[in-house]
Design a binder for this molecule. Structure first.
Ligand SMILES: C[S@@+](CC[C@H](N)C(=O)[O-])C[C@H]1O[C@@H](n2cnc3c(N)ncnc32)[C@H](O)[C@@H]1O
Length: 352
């Protein structure tokens, strides 16, 4: 098997890990191999529930957020530069003076630019280039430059252009998502009773539902995999009818308990497009709904959700379609395990 950047750093490039003290990894990644690091001193931090669960299932000690002091820290870059710089500043703050902070990532996620930023204020000990990416490390100085401490704002909540609290790296952090806005235009007083928001993000869609179902909604449960986004949703929604769940929607207990589900499902995992994840959300919505319940769904127009929708719901009512999105009201969930291919796209047309 090809050597990883971490193997090369520890072997040929002489990266020295401390012989005592805890080692932490920020944005730990379930696809990475951490066997070169001492498991009994290793803490992996991952605030995204599927990643957290996968790492825990492999026997690692995992937490959503880092706490304490570490002898060494490693950071995996994310696609958001502001978030990554925040993570680097956080790693440097959590690492004791004289300890090592390692930063790793692919070039397509901007590791070169992160290296350039770090070089401006700190001495870089070594750089490993391998597999279209880089790993570099630096020694934590006694005092951190103010410029680096300022990077921490990349992890903090602040108001976006629409006045909601979000942070870099969250879905549509800069403004309200256009797809969600199109879906919310159709919310009305049919939203009543016990509602679920699957993949609730920083909470905007739930806020609109609470407004539309002012008198009818008794409770709205926000399910979101990213703990930081869920924290933002808690900060954005003060309505007592809202309950917040840090969950992987694909792993929920499928008991029919909701009168309605609202959903703008995820279609990306990191960089990769994953339409199958949206299909799992639709299937879970069907299982979570009471027999008379409805799914209010928005999706990018080109996503192939029709067959699964037709297999899961007896009535599909298209509510809107534009160049980018489609909005569907799916009612009468079909009990049982009908597979998508057992119903044809004719079933979708029938209900238009
Ligand atoms: C397209 S965004 C919609 C966010 C929000 N509802 C809105 O309208 O702005 C989908 C959300 O699903 C979350 N997500 C991704 N995978 C998930 C999973 N397995 N379980 C729960 N949430 C997930 C993402 O973190 C993201 O916030």
């Amino acid at each position: 098997m090809a050597l990883s950047r971490l193997d090369i750093a520890l072997g040929q490039q002489g990266l020295d890990l401390p012989v005592a003290g805890e080692i932490g990894v920020l944005r730990a990644d379930e696809t990475q191999d951490y066997s070169a690091l001492p498991a009994d001193r290793l803490w992996l931090f991952n605030s995204f529930r599927p990643g957290f669960d996968a790492l825990q299932a492999r026997g690692y000690r995992v937490a959503a957020q880092p706490e304490g002091k570490f002898a060494a820290m490693m950071v995996h870059v994310t696609r958001s530069k502001a978030e990554t710089l925040g993570l680097v500043a956080s790693a440097l703050s959590l690492c004791q003076a004289g300890g090592t902070v390692i930063v790793d990532g692919p070039r397509k996620d901007g590791i070169d630019s992160v290296l350039k930023h770090c070089r401006k204020f700190l001495e870089i000990d070594q750089v490993v280039v391998k597999n279209h990416g880089r790993m570099f490390w630096m020694t934590r100085p006694e005092t951190l430059p103010d410029e680096i401490l300022d990077w921490k704002c990349g992890l903090e909540l602040s108001r976006n252009s629409d006045g909601f609290l979000t942070a870099p790296g969250m879905f549509s952090s800069a403004h309200i998502d256009a797809g969600s806005a199109l879906l919310a235009e159709h919310f009305d007083d049919r939203l009543a009773g016990h509602i679920a928001d699957l993949g609730a993000g920083w909470g905007w869609l739930s806020l609109q539902a609470l407004e539309a179902g002012k008198d009818g909604i008794t409770q709205i449960d926000l399910y979101e995999a990213e703990a930081r986004a869920l924290d933002a949703a808690k900060a954005n929604i003060s309505d007592e009818r809202a309950q917040f769940f840090w969950s992987d929607v694909t792993k929920l207990t499928p008991a029919a308990r909701y009168d309605a589900v609202i959903c703008n499902p995820p279609f990306h995992q990191g960089r990769a497009a994953t339409p199958s994840l949206g299909l799992e959300f639709i299937t879970m919505a069907r299982k979570l709904l009471k027999p008379g319940g409805s799914l209010w769904l928005v999706a990018n127009r080109q996503l192939p959700y029709e067959n699964t929708l037709a297999a899961s719901f007896a009535r599909l009512t298209p509510l809107a379609e534009n160049a980018q999105f489609k909005v569907v009201l799916a009612s009468k969930p079909i009990a049982g395990t009908t597979r998508p291919e057992q119903r044809t796209s004719r079933s979708v047309r029938r209900n238009r």
